[in-house]
Design a protein around this ligand. Structure first.
Ligand SMILES: NC(=O)c1ccc[n+]([C@@H]2O[C@H](COP(=O)([O-])OP(=O)(O)OC[C@H]3O[C@@H](n4cnc5c(N)ncnc54)[C@H](OP(=O)(O)O)[C@@H]3O)[C@@H](O)[C@H]2O)c1
Length: 364
């Protein structure tokens, strides 16, 4: 049984450049603080797509690997996931076989069936907490981002209001649930589609107070009525372009606009009159920046607390689909399947998070 990984040699469209390889089996036993991690689930996040395109701020480290007798320099993408420890080196102190871990080291190559890493590259997740495998596999990006954005920029109190766009995204679903847990109300913007009523019902089920399409932003007086005369002091924007402008129309004076993504792949638009009259403070948030600037201990403690909060508040898994890359597939068949998945991702999966389950290649 040999590990399998999804790789690329050159940046480009993931639906064209990604392929599956069977990794050479490890000859030596693990030494020092090395660990073998079986990757159970690994989501595809929008930032991963940018990484493969080469348009993201970071890239995985290139790895020299011998694939079928040929030396290759490959990149192993995949930044987030849930792993299970299957083997530990002699000097590993705090992990044992069977432990669940998430990936603390960025760009670990989680779209694979197994990884050899160092003890400090992962953070243990308490299985006894009752967190589901899906929530654990998607813990370190969207819930962390949602939590940090709700607590970093504005001192929000129960009863306060915020607004966000792309509210049906996995990030948006996390924002709604974590806000609701703190008694913070949310105005949620989504694109107009035939299934608006269904999406509205779903988001309200998560705790959303108001769900609107970008085309239906009410005038200022109606916004004031909607929020019961309260202020909207935090706006979360992961879309850009015209959507930023629509979102900022909901702002109260002095509000913070936090830009954390660019799904529309357009520059943010903020009309000068809104900036001036509403005195909007524009900020950015990058979870990787926070991960890189915090210590492993800080990240572990934070994730522990977040897991407890998610479990105690009955945090629902983001809408998802698990796609298995079966161990019975040849590398060529696995490549076709991977490229088909990324073809779908390129078209947009409508707020459904695709989570990969890459199985170890079965013996031929
Ligand atoms: N800065 C950070 O640290 C950080 C951390 C986490 C996430 N993010 C960002 O947050 C965003 C959402 O991530 P996710 O994992 O939650 O993604 P996701 O679950 O795949 O959802 C993508 C969302 O984007 C919307 N969308 C796509 N193209 C759009 C367009 N042209 N105009 C308006 N909406 C559009 C989709 O709406 P439809 O359903 O209408 O297609 C969907 O709601 C991404 O930009 C990601 O990079 C940033």
């Amino acid at each position: 049984m040999a590990a399998r990984a999804i790789v690329y040699e050159n940046n480009g469209d993931p639906a064209s450049v990604l392929y599956a390889v069977t990794l050479p089996a490890r000859a030596e036993p693990l030494s020092g603080r090395s660990i073998n991690v079986k990757v159970l689930l690994s989501p595809i996040n929008p930032s991963d797509v940018h990484v493969v395109h080469g348009s993201y701020a970071v890239q995985p480290n290139p790895q020299k690997l011998n694939i079928n007798g040929e030396e290759k320099t490959l990149y192993l993408p995949g930044n987030e996931g849930l792993g299970e420890i299957t083997e530990v080196g002699p000097d590993v102190k705090n992990l044992k076989k069977g432990d669940w871990v998430v990936f603390s080291k960025g760009q670990s190559g989680t779209w694979s069936s197994a990884q050899v890493l160092e003890e400090e590259d992962v953070i243990k997740v308490d299985q006894g907490s009752g967190i589901s495998a899906v929530n654990a596999s998607t813990l370190t990006v969207n819930p962390v981002t949602a939590y940090k954005m709700l607590s970093t920029f504005v001192d929000l109190k129960p009863g306060d209001w915020i607004a966000q766009n792309a509210a049906n995204s996995a990030a948006g679903q996390a924002v709604i649930q974590l806000a609701r847990g703190r008694g913070i109300h949310t105005i949620n913007l989504i694109r107009r589609k035939d299934d608006f009523a269904e999406t509205e019902r779903f988001l309200k089920g998560l705790g959303a107070d108001v769900v609107l399409t970008y085309d239906d932003i009410p005038d200022e007086e109606r916004v004031r009525e909607l929020v019961g005369g309260k202020e909207v002091r935090l706006l979360l924007d992961c879309v850009g372009g015209q959507a930023t402008k629509d979102t900022v129309r909901l702002a109260s004076k002095g509000a913070h606009l936090v830009v954390y993504g660019a799904m529309a792949q357009e520059d943010i638009q903020i009309p000068p009159f809104l900036l001036v009259f509403k005195d909007i403070r524009v900020r950015g948030f990058w979870r990787t920046g926070w991960f890189n600037s915090s210590t492993l201990e800080e990240r572990s403690q934070f994730l522990d607390e977040l897991v407890q909060l998610m479990v105690s508040s009955k945090f629902k898994e983001s809408v998802h689909e698990i796609v298995k890359i079966e161990g019975t597939l040849s590398d060529e068949e696995a490549t076709l399947k991977v490229r088909e998945i990324f073809g779908r991702v390129n078209k947009g999966t409508g707020g459904t998070k695709i989570i990969l389950e890459v199985e170890t290649r079965q013996s031929l």
